[in-house]
Design a protein around this ligand. Sequence first.
Ligand SMILES: Cc1ncc(C[n+]2csc(CCOP(=O)(O)OP(=O)(O)O)c2C)c(N)n1
Ligand SMILES: [Mg+2]
Length: 602
Amino acid sequence: MDVNKRAVLQPLREEKPAPAPPTTYWGSDAVAASLRALDIPFIALNPGASFRGLHDSLVNFLGNEQPQMLLCLHEEHAVGIAHGYYKVAGRMMAAAVHANVGLMHATMPIFNAWCDRVPVLVLGATGPVDAVKRRPWIDWIHTARDQGALVRDYTKWDDQPASPAAAQESVMRAALLAGTAPRGPVYVCLDAGIQESRLDAAPAVPDASRFAPPPAAQPAPEMLRRAAKLLDGAQRPVLLAGRVNRNEQAWRDRVTLAERLGARVLTDIKQAAAFPTGHALHPVPPSTFLSPAGAEILREADVILSLDWNDLAGTLKTAYGPAAVAAKVIQVSVDLHAHRGWSMDHQGLPPVDCHLLAEPDLAVPLVLDAMSRRAPAASAPKKAAPAAAAPAGDEITVASLAAALNDALGDADASFLRVPLSWSGEYRAWRHPLDYIGADGGAGIGSGPGMAVGAALALRGSGRIPVAVMGDGDFLMGVTALWTATHYGIPLLVVAANNRSFFNDELHQERVARERGRPVENRWIGQRIAGPDIDLAAMGRAQGAAAFGPVTEPAKLVAVLRDAIDAVRGGAVAVVDARVATGYAGSMSAGMMRTGKAEGKS
Ligand SMILES: Cc1ncc(C[n+]2csc(CCOP(=O)(O)OP(=O)(O)O)c2C)c(N)n1
Ligand SMILES: [Mg+2]
């Protein structure tokens, strides 16, 4: 393999249409003009006749730029790519999905984006609302009375405008709502009849600046004073660093806050990097559920400051059990604005003594200013030594895979776009907000490849190596998303931690068997993805990726990963099929241990 140590940034593939000087204008041109006005960079889609009008406008009215189309092989990828892109870029993308069936394919990633509070502008369509205009059969099965009902419970807003002018307003409102915290996906259904109606003149271009999301809301001054007083008086404060943004200054502000308070900090592996995990004040690795060590720290706390911690109530319950929470709790979050009746993604109801109704990244500097404590607290606790690398055995484990990846990456800046369920937070330190983008929000397996492609798209040119480590189950459900990356030239390393099983659920079967006194050794049935073993490298190669493996020998792994990383540096998508032993790492935690056995995470 050609060893190329420097990142090569090939231009993103552009698909330039033949020029089409406008002679006529159409309803869908008005929608396209709105997307341009909103500065939407990309629109990921799988085509469909219900939005053929919009498709034509994107190509022939806008010239396939701003937004540029990204063709996807499944609607799940289209929304997942938009989701992953936002998680890195902090910028909203659009996705277009076909009437009824396309939206049905997109429901899971829309739910994921909803749970992750990530904005995505989902455009859909319906066969003509006016029955007279419907073609026989197909337009009838692809017309629904209320398509938005499919996603209404996990979007911030949906609409089905009834004219081109109303469609422009609808898209502006959708973007405004999606981009206002708490953020989330929105759905606008475009009637095919309206898209294909002729306009008398070129559509107006909305002034998007007049419909922009308002500046982030400030917390109430009284609450800020109260929070500062609680923190000034705290002896053993704990900071729960949850859902925060990718901004470097905000990262430094959190470190300053923790150091000034001498607060111990916990982070969550479901969320993006929120604090340097190697810092002395970050004593336990990020985990899916609160670890026993984390619970101990929370029980000792006198003041707990939650920076939009996902599931504050469940976390406190893990630490305190049924007893009242002894510590004073400060919650910094606007999330309650997103809490609805259909989905329980709002989690339990936490006891809160002081609520700053603001986004954490805005609130932290205000809290720092309001506090009287100025100097860093004197005694930082000693950081526990990181776990020693597991000794090399006959089989690759997820721990040894992580160690090999760390070795192969060396000092390079890498962004982890996914880690598998079997990953433990101690395997790699986060030192920068872009070191890790967190999980998918809704725990929908199959989101890994699509979200990784979207995040890698946003990382192009950053000098960071995009790395997605994912379970074989996650990989297999979404693998064709990688074609979008190879087609457009989006470098990305995908490492499949291939245990040839939906292993998380083997653990669930094991638990049930134990409870029922039935044979534990049957846990694999209906779970193993073996016999035949699937050649994941070949699946990657089929999408146009540089493919490596299957790798079964621990001794060969670092060299293979180096080659794969070099391929990514050269601009490729690389897929490594690493055959790992079944088994989960030692991060199993109190919440999982109801029966005292290691259990599945989701
Ligand atoms: C769409 C969807 N289907 C099923 C599940 C249930 N589920 C949770 S984890 C898991 C197994 C995932 O397998 P893999 O990605 O290979 O990870 P492993 O557990 O083997 O490490 C499944 C099926 C889910 N969360 N989402
Ligand atoms: Mg698996």
